[in-house]
Design a binder for this molecule. Structure first.
Ligand code: 5GP
Length: 193
């Protein structure tokens, strides 16, 4: 958090589905309570245990298109047939008093953020290897076998974009990866103030 007059950082955490973005971000928020999380809109149906307004704001396609039309989204992307987008208003509300806010978005969204908010800190979370990514995703059991195949194909394309990010962090060990991300955030704060 910036205690001076500067607004907070926009921190993008991206990477292929199944790499562990949710777990890394959950841990970051535990370790640094001054960080805020940006809750996205999505047209994908909730998975068991996902709470409205906490995991996502679940909306239908008409509502999502209205948000696009109203200019309410910083970025949005289609992922595996569903729309996902970041609302602008909560970002401004968190950043104005100096809180840093974390976005969990796909690589297409991260590319849009780079263009619309060039000062954003963009971190790519990578798996140790593709076999490990598939294994982690199979463990989740949350998608059909068809979705798994589609997502693995998408993941390969996403991995190719890693060099476009400010930092690449390999999620080989959760605590190690989280500490690396925290160090990157601390350094960015020092440069920002
Ligand atoms: P899942 O359906 O597994 O929760 O998310 C699928 C993908 O959409 C993940 O890569 C996730 O990071 C991404 N995603 C979640 N929210 C957003 C968002 O607001 N914008 C974009 N561009 N991608 C998002």
């Amino acid at each position: 958090m910036n205690k001076g007059t500067k607004h907070g950082l926009l921190i993008v955490i991206s990477g292929p589905s199944g790499v562990g973005k949710d777990t890394v971000i959950k841990r970051l928020l535990e370790l640094d309570p001054t960080l805020r999380y940006s809750v996205s809109y999505t047209t994908r149906p909730p998975r068991p245990g996902e709470v409205e307004g906490v995991a996502y704001r679940f909306v239908d396609r008409d509502e999502f298109e209205r948000l696009i039309h109203d200019g309410a989204l910083l970025e949005y992307a289609t992922y595996d047939g569903h729309l996902y987008g970041t609302p602008i208003a909560p970002l401004d509300e968190a950043r104005a008093p100096g809180y840093d806010i974390v976005l969990k978005i796909d690589v297409q969204g991260a590319e849009q953020v780079r263009k619309r908010a060039p000062d954003a800190l963009r971190i790519f979370l990578a798996p140790p290897n593709m076999d490990e990514l598939l294994r982690r995703r199979t463990e989740r059991h949350s998608e059909s076998p068809l979705d798994q195949t589609a997502r693995q194909r998408i993941a390969k394309d996403e991995m190719a974009l890693a060099p476009h990010f400010d930092h690449v962090v390999v999620n080989d060990d959760l605590e190690r990866a989280v500490q690396e991300v925290l160090a990157i955030i601390r350094l960015a704060r020092e440069r920002h103030t």
